[in-house]
Write a protein that binds this ligand. Structure first.
Ligand code: HEC
Length: 191
């Protein structure tokens, strides 16, 4: 074996040893996980939003508060049981600081979304992901649409404001404008 071959061998051995540590999935594996994560988020949003809109129409915004507070975690729990992924909603300005607690990477990603949005990227395209040997994580931004303003806008009706104040004494999730980044869905698949 020539010295050149040996250097080649060493690289193969080294790469083999390092791969599990750096957690490099093949591009196909990463694409599959990304597609699964995005589908889960679409499922969550696609179930929650109609439930919220229906509650708003039927009982008004004060009654609909419970959909955001109770139905959202229920829907998430159902999806988690079915898929094996963990799914949460997060924000830099949370209404429910316990449910929406964020870690370092989530904070960084939310700040990155703010920067990318300020630079002109549409909310719908703000997606980021991270991968290591233990887990695959993906976040997708949530934008403020018309109906969200009732409960997250600058002018919240007095009766609703009272209900929100009593449930959420540390509410930071008001004062938003149409099109702003409200937060993100965060999904995690552990291996
Ligand atoms: C009827 C009032 C109401 C409407 C309308 C509403 N929300 Fe909320 N939202 C809430 C409440 C209440 C919570 C806190 C839920 C909890 O206790 O975990 C919340 C929480 C959230 C959270 C989780 C992070 C946090 O701040 O705690 C996100 C993200 C969010 N809302 C986005 C939206 C978006 C986007 C819309 C429009 C599609 C919307 N909301 C419409 C009342 C509302």
């Amino acid at each position: 074996m020539t010295a050149k071959d040996c250097i080649g061998c060493a690289w193969v051995v080294l790469a083999g040893a390092l791969l599990p540590l750096t957690g490099q999935a093949t591009p196909t594996e990463q694409q599959t996980l990304r597609a699964e994560g995005l589908a889960l988020i679409a499922d969550f949003a696609g179930t929650l939003k109609p439930a919220l809109m229906q509650a708003m129409q039927q009982g008004g915004p004060v009654a609909a508060v419970s959909v955001c507070a109770e139905r959202a975690p229920q829907i998430a729990a159902e999806l988690e049981a079915r898929s094996g992924w963990q799914i949460t909603r997060l924000s830099l300005k949370p209404r429910n600081p316990q449910a929406a607690a964020i870690d370092g990477w989530e904070r960084q990603s939310l700040l990155e979304f703010e920067r990318r949005h300020a630079a002109g990227e549409p909310v719908s395209e703000l997606v980021t992901s991270r991968f290591d040997e233990q887990e695959y994580r993906l976040m997708k931004a949530i934008g403020i649409q018309g109906p969200c303003l009732t409960c997250h806008g600058a002018k919240v009706a007095p009766q609703l404001a009272e209900a929100l104040d009593s449930h959420y004494p540390d509410d930071q999730a008001r004062g938003y404008e149409l099109g702003q980044v409200r937060g993100a869905f965060s999904v995690v698949k552990r291996f």
